[in-house]
Design a protein around this ligand. Structure first.
Ligand code: PLP
Length: 384
């Protein structure tokens, strides 16, 4: 959207892609006060807010340990480094996802094997993971793990993925960059997989005012290694290095912002759920609406519909001043940086089709019903 000067608060019928100003207004100066506290104490790196946030994230997700870090991408990377994934190893990753899910694999010298997603949930197809074991073997590689992505906010089918993983001795890493706050059969994201990576990029359901991320796990040894890796592989003192690491810490300022936002997060998740239900009721008869698995809740990072004439409908909404986005217009197995890596089939037909047919509509906790009804009407007019 154009960067024009806009009123701080949206009008009742104005549709914004996200509304961080409404959230800031609601928090009523608490974020500014939290930032001022950090400026006063001056501990910008691993200050007290970082530890407090980690405790709160662990409590919120049910995980024993939360290790914060600089981004969701670093969270994935740190997990692979902590496990020692490297050359000769292959990792199953869905092709229909954000690039970060896959890029960390070649960064550690391992090989991604692109697998298929399910057409209705957009999440990894567990059957495809079993195929990846064979594909890796044919390439002289050993499939060691699977990165299950919780696309658009809904947890992957961790029971099914976990079964395939157990059958083949694979680890499971949850890419929960979009799903922090969701759950499956009452189990919160953060404890659905043995290790879960999440992101606090500003547009994620729990977003900071800059980059941030965290790894959630019950494994105390792994958490210890992650804490070392995010600080140049440090040992028990700062200039002792016991492994090769990175600079991957979360800023204290971002932790302070996140602590305030976490205090209203449950309520925001309910508001997102209400928006998603209103879309479902208003659109299910004219476009493909996202399927939520039995027993699952979504954090609704995106509300993504499937329709034949995606580009025409997007243009029609644009003419009415309604922003939309395409996540993702090209699957990873068709990207220049990734097309030479193996995949489970010559054609990943579902990933290819979704990349042509998906359209994400505005969803955030502050979307007013009257504004949302304009979106619904515009989609209905656009497809007819
Ligand atoms: C946003 C995102 C990431 C990366 O998170 P950053 O904090 O931007 O590095 C990884 N995976 C998925 C699915 C994402 O949507």
């Amino acid at each position: 959207m154009a960067d024009t000067v806009r009123p701080i608060r949206a009008g009742p019928r104005e549709v914004r892609w996200v509304d961080l100003q409404a959230q800031r207004h609601r928090l009523g100066g608490r974020i500014e006060a939290a930032i001022a506290d950090v400026l006063d104490h001056g501990q910008f790196i691993l200050g007290p807010e970082v530890g407090t946030l980690e405790d709160r994230l662990a409590r919120f997700s049910g995980a024993r340990h939360a290790v914060s870090c600089a981004s969701g991408t670093d969270a994935l990377l740190l997990a692979l480094l902590a496990w020692g994934v490297g050359p000769g190893d292959a990792v199953a990753v869905p092709s229909f996802t954000f690039v970060a899910s896959a890029e960390v694999v070649p960064l550690v010298g391992a090989t991604p094997v692109f697998v298929e997603v399910q057409p209705d949930t957009f999440n990894i197809d567990p059957g495809s993971v079993a195929d990846a074991v064979e594909v890796a073997r044919h390439q002289g590689l050993r499939l060691v793990g699977v990165i299950a992505v919780d696309l658009f906010g809904q947890p992957a089918d961790y029971a099914a993925v976990g079964q395939v993983a157990a059958d083949h001795g694979l680890w499971v890493l949850g890419d929960a960059a979009q799903s922090f706050g969701a759950s499956l059969h009452g189990v919160p994201v953060g404890t659905l997989a043995p290790v879960t990576a999440t992101s606090f990029f500003p547009a994620k359901p729990l977003g900071a005012y800059g980059d941030g991320g965290a790894v959630l796990t019950d494994d105390a040894d792994l958490a210890e290694r992650l804490r070392s890796l995010r600080e140049h592989g440090r040992g028990s003192t700062k200039y002792e290095h016991v492994q090769v690491g990175v600079n991957g810490r979360l800023d204290t300022l971002q932790a302070a912002v996140l602590l305030e936002k976490l205090s209203i997060f449950d309520d925001e998740l309910l508001a997102r759920q209400a928006v998603a239900e209103r879309y479902g009721a208003g659109l299910a008869d004219v476009v493909g609406v996202p399927a939520v698995m039995d027993g699952a809740t979504s954090a609704w990072a995106q509300y993504t519909v499937v329709l034949d004439d995606r580009d025409r409908v997007a243009a029609a909404l644009g003419r009415r001043g309604i922003p939309t986005a395409v996540y993702y217009p090209r699957p990873l197995h068709r990207q220049a940086a990734f097309c030479s890596f193996p995949r489970t089939a010559a054609e990943l037909a579902v990933s290819d089709r979704l990349s042509r047919e998906v359209l994400s509509l505005p969803i955030h906790p502050y979307l007013e019903p009257a504004a949302q009804d304009r979106v619904i009407q515009a989609v209905r007019d656009g497809v007819s």
